[in-house]
Design a binder for this molecule. Sequence first.
Ligand code: ATP
Ligand code: MG
Length: 358
Amino acid sequence: MTAPTTTPQDTFEAARLRSEELEKKVLDHPDQFRVLTGDRPTGRLHVGHLFGTLQNRVRLQRLGVASFIVIADYQVLTDREACEGIAKNVRELTLDYLAAGLDPHCAHTFIFPHSHVPELNQLLVVFLTLVTNAELDRNPTVKEEIQATGAKQINAGMYTYPVHQAADILFCKANLVPVGKDQLPHLEMTRTIARRFNARYGPVFPEPQALLSAAPQIKGLDGSLKMSKSRNNAIALSASEDETAALIRSATTDGNRIITYEPETRPEVANLLLLASLASGEAPESIAARIGDGGAGMLKRILTEALNEHLRPMRQRRKLLEQNPDHIRNVLMSGIGHAREMAEKTLCEVRKIMDMEL
Ligand code: ATP
Ligand code: MG
């Protein structure tokens, strides 16, 4: 008898079911959870982020879950050499967060770039000794990202960034990570690292769990698998209404005039319907039925209207926040302060258990 093989779809299904269970637990006991999530400061956040993870983060914050939001600025260097614009992107990202509803004033949300938390980065040194080259080589998301860069030379930061991400998550002992689908392999690596550390040296770290949203992978407007800041296929949350309309007009669809919701066979049309559904609350099948033989033009008009309406309050808040750069800086400084305090405590614990205390 051959052993059953696990496909990526099985892994995804299992993660989705676990997410549903987790949702219930978080609702009952928000105080037992600590969230860590974040983004690379490679550009402005887009609607994939909003529906894939950002709305989830805001919801968890409102439930009272402590939330650490890491801006992974070192990770920018994994797939590009130029570092100009990072500080600006960090500020833009922070604006996007606050506009979307993350609120550092609620006293349990902390936003910080990891380059400013040296104790966090020190954990990376230890964690690198807990994984093998073969494990780093196998990571499907890293493989896909390497392919997307089209580069011939891949730097070691690219191969090891999932380990860096483990340091991001474990420095604050987060146990809940709201992410999109592409992050599942990385989270598995974080869990492995936590388990191995605990087995080798003693119990320090929790094994964090992924929390998937209802839209864990929004596709790009070009029909590619993932809407992504770096691939020029995204609708930025901060785009104007006209820019949004133009981007949607340029989106790839197919030649069939009758609009139906069939994610397997008509992924591009299904993606636009899904976005319209997420923005309006109406089921994608029902939007498709309303359009009928109205064609891609009508679908795009409906999506533009729904999305612009959904994003309007966020965009207005962003405009106000843009007027106050000092506030953004204060938010980051305060987030860095809290993150450092937490990272220092964890690093002390790690040194102690590894017999490195003097
Ligand atoms: P880059 O292209 O620079 O890597 P990105 O758009 O992939 O940028 P990240 O900063 O790498 O964004 O991802 C941040 C978070 O947003 C992750 O949790 C990721 O899973 C989620 N996310 C990113 N893109 C999408 C998407 N298209 N659909 C759902 N979630 C997404
Ligand atoms: Mg990415």
